[in-house]
Design a protein around this ligand. Structure first.
Ligand code: NAD
Length: 499
């Protein structure tokens, strides 16, 4: 039976008609399994109005009331994780265990937000002047919005809303239209957790809904996660409309393998990080930088491991890699194999002929692919492919590796594989990215650190979750107090100083 996904506004499913709808696919079969309503200005207005109405009471809800809702949400999410993972897999294509992994990482942020009373503590200074005290408080912004990508339909929204809501804001989420159901699942959990109606709202849609959110006078802040061109556009447009913005963009994550590295460990890590979730991860390793003389030995180890990966439907627990999210995306990713070879790379492993176990031939399949002898001018290196294509670049020494990584316009993450502590330290000191792994391929920071890249991987100055998330979703007020006794007043036109 075909499903229908609609907006969640003011604590219930939207009942109005939809001017436009999008198709939802099962990537493993290529079949349309449902439709999603695409919001225009009217639906966005309704969601923001619900959030505006809910704000005064939620802002004033005690910290213990807020945290008790968060703790209940955490329990419900924990209990519903299997169901949610299957739902994500059915629309995104990733294997269920991988979807469970993204839920677990999102849960970490919920748990971080459960500690909000501690995180919202301001400062207090007695006697900043004679019998004058000062303190600071962190207050919520009001209605805040988040726009999320298709690749993590649960985790990326959870980078934002647990912290935003814990801080006392009300929230409008605009998830990806490609896999919209996870957002409604999470909305249902909030309702069961006792979150007041209107504190968490979902509008489905595409660029039209995002434009309406960015231009809405009642939206105070926008968090965006997606590709670099749209991140830049969202940053510029929302800022022009007076909003606080954090816009996380695309990535090209390098893994530098130094000559002294354990090549088996490095190959295991490269294959896991390049082909997990079919390469549709912002922290995927998409480029190996092999410092000679290791390239031949490393490429052979990676090729041999990748060739053995079992590709099949996400719901089959024996599958290690599922299909790509849409047919159009699969075709675009596959086109880089042709252009790579045309531009001089060697195709060491061709995912177009990789066996698929189960699923239907109409699914959006592409197996793991390996392009060797890639150079920085090639489009397969310059572009973010966002699929199961791993490029290998060969460099003569550490300096050339660092120069290559730092020349990339992207700065999300990078990893170094070595047994030399000094070389690793030099790398994490000198590399120009926001997140670094040392013998760790996907250095996604824990919830109590913040997630975000540098350069064209992040527009704005605030990373997601952790204390930077708390700062993003609050504004600071400094209060100076004086309680003079009678006769302690008096007119003084001098500029106040601390006497
Ligand atoms: P995308 O940029 O196509 O879409 C992201 C969101 O923007 C979606 O909700 C989409 O509906 C919306 N959107 C689409 N067109 C728009 C427009 N013209 N104006 C405003 N909004 C618009 O990204 P995607 O394909 O869903 O996700 C993959 C991308 O996200 C990759 O580039 C990946 O690197 C990036 N990503 C980055 C991070 C990070 O932390 N930096 C994390 C996850 C994904």
């Amino acid at each position: 039976m075909s499903k229908h996904v609609t907006h969640w506004i003011g604590g219930r499913s939207h009942t109005g008609p939809a001017r436009r709808r999008g198709d939802i696919y099962d990537p493993a079969t290529g079949a349309v399994t449902g439709t999603v309503d695409l919001a225009g200005g009217a639906e966005v207005d309704a969601a923001v109005a619900a959030a505006v109405e809910a704000f005064p009471a939620w802002r004033d809800a005690s910290l213990s009331r807020r945290t008790s809702v968060l703790f209940r949400f955490r329990e419900l999410l924990h209990a519903g994780a299997d169901e949610l993972a299957r739902l994500i897999s059915s629309e995104h294509g990733k294997v269920v265990s991988d979807a469970a992994g993204e839920i677990a990482r999102g849960l970490e942020v919920v748990e971080f937000a459960c500690g909000i009373p501690h995180l919202l503590k301001g400062g207090y200074s007695e006697n900043v002047s004679t019998r004058v005290d000062a303190f600071s408080v962190l207050q919520p912004l009001g209605v805040v919005a988040a726009v999320s990508p298709f690749n993590f339909p649960a985790m990326v929204p959870m980078w934002t809303f647990p912290v935003a809501i814990a801080c006392g804001n009300t929230f409008v989420l605009k998830p990806s239209e490609k896999d919209p159901s996870a957002a409604n699942f999470l909305a249902g959990l909030w309702a069961r957790a006792g979150l007041p109606d209107g504190v968490f709202n979902v509008v489905h849609g595409d660029g039209e809904a995002v434009t309406a959110l960015m231009e809405h006078p009642d939206v105070k802040a926008v968090s965006f996660v997606g590709s670099t061109p749209i991140a830049r556009h969202v940053y510029e447009t929302a800022a022009r409309h007076g909003k606080r913005v954090q816009a996380l963009g695309g990535a090209k994550n390098h893994m530098v393998v130094l000559p002294d590295a354990d090549l088996d460990l490095a190959a295991d890590a490269a294959v896991s990080a390049a082909f997990g979730s079919a390469g549709e991860r912002c922290m995927a390793i998409s480029a190996i930088v092999a410092v000679e003389p290791v390239a031949d030995a490393l490429v052979e180890r990676v090729r041999e491991r990748a060739a053995r990966l079992r590709v099949g439907p996400g719901h089959d627990e024996r599958s290690q890699m599922g299909p790509l999210v849409t047919g159009a995306h699969r075709d675009k990713v596959a086109s880089y194999l042709e252009s790579g070879v045309r531009e001089g790379a060697t195709l060491a492993l061709d995912g177009r002929v990789h066996p698929v176990v189960g699923g239907s031939p109409e699914g959006f399949w592409l197996g793991p692919s390996l392009l060797d002898h890639v150079t920085p001018e090639m489009s397969c290196y310059r572009d973010e492919i966002f699929g199961p294509v791993l490029s290998v670049l060969r460099v003569p020494d550490y300096d050339a590796a660092l120069e290559l990584v730092n020349a990339s316009p992207y700065g999300n993450g990078a990893a170094v594989f070595t047994r030399d502590g000094g070389a690793a330290r030099r790398f994490h000191n000198e590399v120009e990215v926001g997140m670094v792994g040392v013998n760790v391929p996907i250095p996604v920071p824990m919830a109590y650190y913040s997630f975000g890249g540098w350069k064209e991987s992040l527009f704005g100055d605030s990373h997601a979750h952790g204390t930077e998330g708390v700062h993003f979703y609050t504004r600071t007020k400094a209060v100076t107090t004086r309680w003079p006794g009678s006769g302690q007043g008096g007119v003084n036109l001098g500029f106040p100083t601390n006497g």
